[in-house]
Design a protein around this ligand. Structure first.
Ligand code: SF4
Length: 344
């Protein structure tokens, strides 16, 4: 069905596709780039309000480049996968120094920028220029795996290769912008992960997974791996003004550049790292532990709420802030900090 695939998809898109997503209005390379990065790991409905805020705070590449990383991470807080925000900021600076503040419109140059993979690069070129370029995001992988019964987990090299080959074959020469949006829409609205609406799908007559009642088998799931569990203790150190001590994490590694509670197994030792004498402790209370999951492991967190009788005059060399929940500073917070602050 290669020949008719794009024609049929575009006919469906003209009637049923999404035409008024925030990033489809007033299309500019910058807006498309930001939206595609947000959509890498976030669904449309969740991304839309963040997109509006992000564009409001950073209306252009140069405004993003000149902003502090703290403000960028603060604007991203709640969206997760913070490497995306750090990469947007890094790439904006590279664009200012190498490309005169413009996004290059070639897949290979875009792919060389931080945080832009082949699919995101293809989407940016196709949507901005209407030139032939291929995308293969999660939605597209699902549609193609089902329609053509492509076996295997899309994260494996062989399956990824087969999917790319198919995606490239099917990409038309004309109306590439619409085709790109259309195939993402079909995956997001009809060919959904758990309950595809095959009755309304333009491919129901040919789709192999549907014809053979195997929609639930494509794409194959990731082989199961038992994630290791790591543990940590977080100290919620509160001064008499109700402010909490947050420490900035190193810019590389887990939660790079974000602000979090100090961690350490022994309360007194951790306090000492911040020059806080244990005689200043008014009370300490262990709170319920909880899990925060990452791609490769679970982190089991035990929070300990430590109240101080006075705010220490000095706090050592570490980058810290006394964070007031009622007047929050513009800094990026880790997920567990946001959760614990809400609970307080
Ligand atoms: S027929 Fe069903 S499984 Fe096949 S592409 Fe359409 S929605 Fe997906």
């Amino acid at each position: 069905m290669s020949n008719s695939f794009s024609t049929r998809l575009l006919l469906w898109f003209d009637q049923h596709g999404r035409h008024d997503l925030p990033w489809q209005l007033n299309i500019t390379p910058y807006r498309v780039w930001v939206s595609e990065v947000m959509l890498q790991q976030t669904q449309t409905a969740t991304a839309a309000p963040y997109f509006a805020t992000f564009i409001d705070v950073f209306p252009s590449i140069d405004r993003l480049a000149s902003a502090s990383i703290d403000v960028v991470l603060h604007t991203w807080t709640g969206l997760g996968y913070y490497a995306r925000a750090r990469n947007l900021h890094k790439a904006a600076n590279l664009l200012m120094s190498k490309y005169n503040g413009e996004l290059p419109m070639s897949v290979s140059e875009l792919e060389a920028l931080p945080g832009i993979g082949p699919s995101t690069a293809g989407a940016i070129v196709a949507i901005c220029t209407n030139r032939r370029a291929t995308i293969l995001d999660g939605n597209v992988k699902r549609v193609l795996a089902r329609c053509f019964a492509i076996k295997g987990w899309p994260g494996s090299k062989t399956t990824a290769k087969a999917l790319w080959r198919k995606a490239e074959q099917l990409t038309p020469d004309a109306r590439v912008r619409d085709y790109t949006q259309a195939i993402m829409d079909l995956g997001a609205t009809l060919c959904t992960r758990s309950s595809p609406d095959c009755a309304n799908c333009p491919f129901r007559a040919e789709c192999i997974a549907y014809r053979t009642s195997r929609c639930d088998q494509f794409p194959a799931r990731k082989p199961k791996q038992v994630k290791p569990v790591r543990t940590t203790t977080m100290l919620m150190i509160e001064n008499p003004q109700g402010e909490l001590l947050l420490q900035q994490r190193l810019s590389t590694g887990l939660w790079g550049g974000l602000w979090s509670f100090p961690e350490g197994d022994a309360v007194d030792d951790t306090l000492l790292q911040f020059d806080i004498d244990s005689t200043c402790v008014e009370s300490q209370a262990r709170r319920d532990k909880f899990r925060h999951s990452f791609t490769h492991f679970h982190l089991e967190i035990t929070p300990i709420h430590v109240k101080l009788t006075e705010t220490p005059a000095t706090i050592g060399e570490k980058p810290i802030v006394w964070y007031s929940p009622s007047e929050p500073a513009e800094i990026g917070l880790t997920g567990p900090v946001t959760r614990l602050l809400k609970e307080l």
